[in-house]
Design a protein around this ligand. Structure first.
Ligand code: SF4
Length: 633
C-alpha cells in the first residue's frame, strides 16, 4: 500500500446522513404538490423488477473472438462524442448496436459494454500520470490454497509472494507510482477518488463487479479502463493479461480532458472544510487550545469542529457546481482538478453546509439518534442543551457567512440568497413540526398527498437553496427562477421515497435491520400508501403494529406483509420514477448546456436506484490545487 491506511477510515463512510436539512427558497404551492401526486389513485403499475442480467454477462470463449469484439469496440468508440459521459442505458444501446454489427448474441452485452466504455475513456486514462492512477485487482486471482496474505479493511494485503499474477501487476504498478488495491468494493474506490488521491482507475474484475461499478464510474466521469475476468467464479478465474499491459505502462499526456467530470468540484467542496477552512472561517474565541476549552470558547469550538468534520458535502457541491455551470463550466474539463472561485462563493457554499449541519444536530435530538458521521451525536457527546445551542450557533454562522460575501457579490444577491435560506429554514421547521405532530398524534387517515407535502417541506428545500445560491451568485435568476423550486421538489421527494424504500433493505447502507424507520412511527409515503389501499382490518392491524411494543421482528414481518399485499413498494417505486422523469423533463428545457447537464447529474446521483448520492467525504483528504482568488465573480 503506497498511501497511509490511517488516512482512510471506512467506518466514517458507512453512515448515511439523514436527509433532513431543509433550506427552502420559494413557497411550494398546494397546486404544485397536487400536480406531483395527482395520480396516486391510479392502479399500481406493474412492479418494474430489476431484471436479472446473468444471461447478459458471458465472455467470448476464445481469445480470437474477444479480440474481435475489442477491435470493433475501439472503432465504435471513435465515433462517440467524448464531450459528455454517457449513461448506463446509452452504453447498453451502443453495445447492442455493436453486437448487431458483429452478429453476436445478446449474452455478450456486458462484455461489449465494458469494452466500449474502455475505448471511450482510454485516451483520457492514458493521459493521467501513473501516480494519479489506481490499479484495482480482484482477490479471486490469488493462489487459492497457498496465499499468505491477510484481509484488512482495504481488501487483500498482498505480500507479493509471487504465487499468483497479482504480484506481477502490483510490483510493476507500484514501481510506476500507481496506488494498488486488491479489493472489489466500490465505496472505498469512490472515497479515494473524491478524496483526491487518484484521477483514474485501471480495474480487473468479473462482469458482475463491473456491472455494479459502471453507474458510479459513468456518473462521476472518472477515466477508467477495465479488463474483464473470463468467468464470474470466485476462484480459478483467468484474464487476458496483455489487455492489462495495454494501458498499465502507457502514459500519453493531453492538454485538456475531453469529457466533463464533476470530481474537481466534489473535491473543491471538500476542501472548503479542510485546507481552506481556517482561512475562510477564522475562529474568533477558540483561537488556542486553552481558549477552546474555556466556557467562552467552547460553543465556537464544538460548532466549528462539527462543521469541519463529517458529511458528504453534497449541498456545498451543488452550490459550487451550479455556480460553475452558470459561469461557463470551466472546471469540468480541468485536468489538474483546478476550480477557480472566489472566497465569497466558497463562504456561501459553506453557509449551505452550516444550515444543513444545524438541522442535523436538532434532528438527532428529536430522534435521539446515537451516531452521526461515525461518531456520537452532539447531544449524546455533550447534552441536549449544548446541542440545541450549537445548532442555533450554526444557523447564525450560516447567515453571517452569506452576509460576509455581500461586498463582493452585491447587496441584492446576498439578500436574495439570505431570503431563500430564511424561507428554507421556515419550511424545515414546518416539515419537521408536521412530522412530530403526526408522531405524537398519528392520523390513520393520512393520504399520500399529505405525506408528500411533509417530504416537500423537509427534504426538497435543501437542494433548492443549494442550487439557487450557486445560480444566483452567477447572475440574475430570470432563466431559472420558476424551474429551480419545482425541479428540487421532484428531486427531494424522490430522494426521500428512495430512502423509505432503502429502510426495507436490511443490508443497505447503515440500515442493518429492515423497517426501522417504519417502526419509528413516521408519516412516510409507504405508510400512507398502505393506509390508502388497506381494507378496514388491515388498517386496524397497521395501527396496532405501529403503536404496539415488543417483538420487533414479528411486527416488521406483519408490517411488510401488509405493505406487500397493498403493493406499497411498487407504488413507491413508481413515484420515484415519476419524480425522476419530471425532474429530467424540467432539465430538458434549460437552455444553458452546462446547467442542464448539472441537473441531469443531480437526478442521476440523488435518484440513483440502489445507491446513495455520490459520496463526497471530508475525512480522507489530501490537498489538491484548488485555486481561490477574491474578485473572480
Ligand atoms: S502474490 Fe499476493 S495475492 Fe498472490 S498468492 Fe502471493 S500474497 Fe497472495
Amino acid at each position: 500500500m503506497i498511501w497511509s491506511k490511517t488516512e482512510l477510515s471506512i467506518d466514517s463512510f458507512e453512515r448515511i446522513e439523514e436527509p433532513t436539512l431543509t433550506i427552502a427558497t420559494t413557497e411550494t404551492s398546494q397546486d404544485q404538490v397536487i400536480e406531483t401526486t395527482s395520480d396516486f389513485s391510479d392502479q399500481p403499475k406493474k412492479r418494474k423488477r430489476r431484471r436479472s442480467t446473468s444471461h447478459l454477462k458471458a465472455v467470448p470463449e476464445t481469445l480470437a473472438m474477444r479480440e474481435r469484439v475489442k477491435a470493433a469496440a475501439e472503432q465504435f468508440a471513435e465515433g462517440l462524442n467524448k464531450a459528455e459521459p454517457f449513461t448506463k442505458d446509452e452504453l447498453e444501446g451502443f453495445a447492442r448496436t455493436l453486437l448487431d454489427q458483429l452478429e453476436l448474441p445478446e449474452k455478450f452485452l456486458g462484455f461489449a459494454m465494458v469494452l466500449i466504455g474502455n475505448f471511450f475513456w482510454k485516451r483520457q486514462f492514458m493521459a493521467i500520470p501513473y501516480s494519479r492512477r489506481l490499479l484495482l485487482l480482484p482477490h479471486c486471482l490469488k493462489h487459492a490454497e497457498g496465499c499468505p496474505a491477510e484481509y484488512d479493511e482495504f481488501g487483500l494485503d498482498c505480500e507479493s509472494c509471487g504465487a499468483c499474477s497479482i504480484a506481477d501487476y502490483k510490483v510493476k504498478a507500484e514501481k510506476l507510482g500507481y496506488k494498488v488495491l486488491v479489493a472489489e468494493g466500490s465505496p472505498i474506490v469512490l472515497k479515494i477518488i473524491v478524496a483526491g488521491y487518484i484521477d483514474g482507475i485501471l480495474g480487473v474484475a468479473c462482469l458482475n463487479v463491473l456491472e455494479k461499478a459502471i453507474d458510479k464510474v459513468l456518473i462521476t466521469g472518472v477515466p477508467s479502463y477495465a479488463v474483464p475476468l473470463h468467468t464470474g467464479d470466485c476462484k480459478n478465474t483467468s484474464l487476458d493479461e496483455s489487455w492489462v499491459w495495454d494501458v498499465l505502462e502507457k502514459y500519453e499526456p493531453m492538454e485538456e480532458n475531453q469529457t466533463r467530470s464533476y470530481v474537481p468540484l466534489m473535491r473543491a467542496a471538500n476542501h472548503l472544510f479542510d485546507s481552506n477552512f481556517d482561512r475562510l472561517l477564522p475562529r474568533v474565541r477558540a483561537t488556542t487550545t486553552e481558549k477552546a476549552a474555556s466556557p467562552l470558547g467552547k460553543t465556537e469550538d464544538i460548532a466549528y469542529d462539527w462543521l469541519a468534520k463529517g458529511g458528504k458535502r453534497f449541498r456545498p457541491f451543488i452550490t459550487l457546481a451550479a455556480y460553475d455551470a452558470a459561469t461557463g463550466g470551466k472546471s469540468l474539463k480541468s485536468q489538474e482538478g483546478v476550480f477557480e472561485f472566489s472566497d465569497s462563493v466558497g463562504r456561501v457554499s459553506m453557509a449551505i453546509e452550516a444550515f444543513h449541519k444545524a438541522s442535523l444536530v436538532h434532528d438527532d435530538i428529536q430522534d435521539d439518534d446515537l451516531y452521526r458521521y461515525g461518531r456520537e451525536t452532539l447531544h449524546r457527546a455533550y447534552d441536549v442543551g449544548m446541542a440545541i445551542n450549537v445548532g442555533d450557533y450554526l444557523i447564525g454562522l450560516g447567515y453571517r457567512l452569506v452576509n460576509s460575501a455581500r461586498s463582493e457579490l452585491g447587496a441584492e444577491v446576498a439578500c436574495d440568497i439570505l431570503d431563500r435560506m430564511a424561507m428554507a429554514h421556515i419550511k424545515l421547521c414546518d416539515g419537521q413540526g408536521a412530522e412530530m405532530a403526526w408522531q405524537s398524534s398519528p392520523d390513520w387517515t393520512m393520504t399520500p398527498l399529505e405525506a408528500l407535502q411533509i417530504y416537500a417541506l423537509k427534504t426538497s428545500p435543501a437542494f433548492e437553496a443549494a442550487l439557487y445560491a450557486g445560480l444566483r451568485m452567477s447572475g440574475p435568476m430570470d432563466a431559472y427562477d420558476e424551474m429551480v423550486p419545482v425541479f428540487c421538489r421532484h428531486l427531494g421527494v424522490g430522494f426521500q421515497i428512495l430512502n423509505d424504500l432503502k429502510d426495507w433493505c436490511g443490508d443497505s447502507n447503515n440500515k442493518l435491520v429492515a423497517g426501522q424507520d417504519a417502526l419509528a412511527l413516521r408519516p412516510t409515503v409507504l405508510l400512507s400508501l398502505a393506509i390508502q389501499a388497506a381494507n378496514e382490518q388491515q388498517r386496524r392491524d397497521l395501527e396496532s403494529i405501529l403503536t404496539g411494543v415488543g417483538d420487533e421482528e414479528r411486527r416488521i414481518a406483519e408490517l411488510k406483509h401488509i405493505f406487500d399485499v397493498c403493493n406499497v413498494f411498487e407504488k413507491a417505486e413508481a413515484l420515484v420514477d415519476k419524480s425522476r422523469a419530471r425532474a429530467e423533463a424540467l432539465a430538458d428545457d434549460v437552455e444553458s448546456d452546462e446547467v442542464r447537464q448539472l441537473l441531469y447529474f443531480l437526478v442521476d446521483t440523488v435518484l440513483a436506484p440502489e445507491e446513495e448520492p455520490v459520496p463526497i467525504h471530508p475525512d480522507v483528504l489530501v490537498p489538491l490545487p484548488v485555486t481561490q482568488h477574491v474578485g473572480a465573480v
